[in-house]
Write a protein that binds this ligand. Structure first.
Ligand code: BTN
Length: 322
């Protein structure tokens, strides 16, 4: 019932529609409403209009998340913690012990949240979303970067659904208003021909306020709440991310990387811009022209007709504001 009400968003659902859809009597619908209210869910009930989910408890436990997930794999097994060192580290341990495709590790806080290139990921308790998804794709390791780009497309969709005009900075930083709102850290274990597992770690600044960021990050980081001007229900947001992730994983399985590449391009904040990329001790300045069929960034140096550099990994700085 919770999933049904959540799907309706801000619309009312009639008691009749709920009993028809879920096969409950009208009295049972009312009993479930009362039970949900007792757990902290706010449900509006208006005669002749029906029921509306007005607020859900701001906790990220299996109890809140499970009913919101309309997925077949992703998040069906959920490991939820109050605090961990890093959800990626925990997920890697589970993957080594044989965890299945789609298992998710989520925590309310991380004591050693990690970002790309050995940086720390600021992870205050009960404010944001920190989770890692274990994947067992049928891919050679050289194609694993496709999953990183895929994850950035999924998180971008969830952010836009939450009302934030987000874009992607290559390869997988999510920006809003030129500031970082989410990041993705992908780690994997593989042998030359086959990936054993991939852990996609996603950190989204959901309800962090400026005071939650250390002073040196305040000019560079933002959150969903800062962008929207009001807090967002975190469980709904995480469920939207996981649902979008599974949707894009299915499309990737069926149609291959090209569909992800097109979706990434359409959400990119990088293409067509002048950039500086730090890569393997070098700095490459030029215009980011495209990503190729392996997800590498193509940067044209020295204007039209200049050399095209193919960059497989690096840190991009956008040189001019839009
Ligand atoms: C980046 O932009 O540098 C990537 C940040 C990734 C942060 C997430 S939070 C959940 C998961 N656990 C971690 O320790 N890191 C990732």
């Amino acid at each position: 019932m919770l999933g049904f009400l959540a799907e309706a968003g801000e619309a009312f659902v009639s008691g009749e529609a709920i009993s028809d859809k879920l096969g409950f009597t009208r009295a049972a619908v009312w009993k479930h409403v009362e039970a949900l209210r007792a757990q902290g869910y706010r449900i509006d009930a208006v005669p002749a209009r029906g029921y509306r989910l007005a607020a859900i408890p701001d906790r990220l436990t299996a109890l809140e998340l499970r009913p919101l997930l309309d997925t077949h794999d992703v998040g069906q097994v959920l490991h939820a913690f109050e605090v961990v060192g890093s959800t990626n580290d925990h997920a890697k341990g589970l993957a080594e012990e044989g965890a299945t495709h789609g298992e998710v590790v989520i925590a309310e806080a991380q004591t050693s949240g990690r970002g790309r290139r050995g940086r720390a990921w600021v992870s205050p308790a009960h404010r944001n979303a920190y989770f890692s998804v274990i994947l067992r794709p049928d891919l050679p390791p050289a194609r694993a970067p496709e999953l990183t780009l895929l994850a950035s497309v999924a998180v971008c969709d969830a952010l836009r659904q939450a009302g934030v005009q987000a874009g992607i900075k290559w390869p997988n930083d999510l920006l809003a208003g030129g500031k970082k709102i989410a990041g993705i850290l992908t780690e994997l274990s593989a042998e030359p021909e086959r990936v054993h597992w991939v852990v996609v770690g996603i950190g989204v600044n959901v309800n962090a306020g400026p005071e939650d960021f250390p002073p040196e990050l305040r000019g560079e980081a933002t959150s969903v709440a800062i962008e929207r001007g009001e807090p967002a229900p975190r469980a709904l947001f995480v469920a939207a991310c996981l649902t979008a992730l599974e949707g894009w994983l299915d499309r990737h399985d069926e149609e291959g990387f090209e569909v992800i590449r097109q979706a990434w391009r359409a959400r990119s904040d990088t293409l067509g811009r002048e950039v500086m990329v730090r890569t393997e001790g070098q700095e490459v300045v030029g215009v980011a022209e495209d990503i190729d069929d392996a997800g590498a960034l193509l940067v044209r140096r020295g204007g039209r007709g200049g050399e095209l550099r193919r960059i497989l990994s690096g840190d991009v700085q956008l040189l001019r504001a839009r």
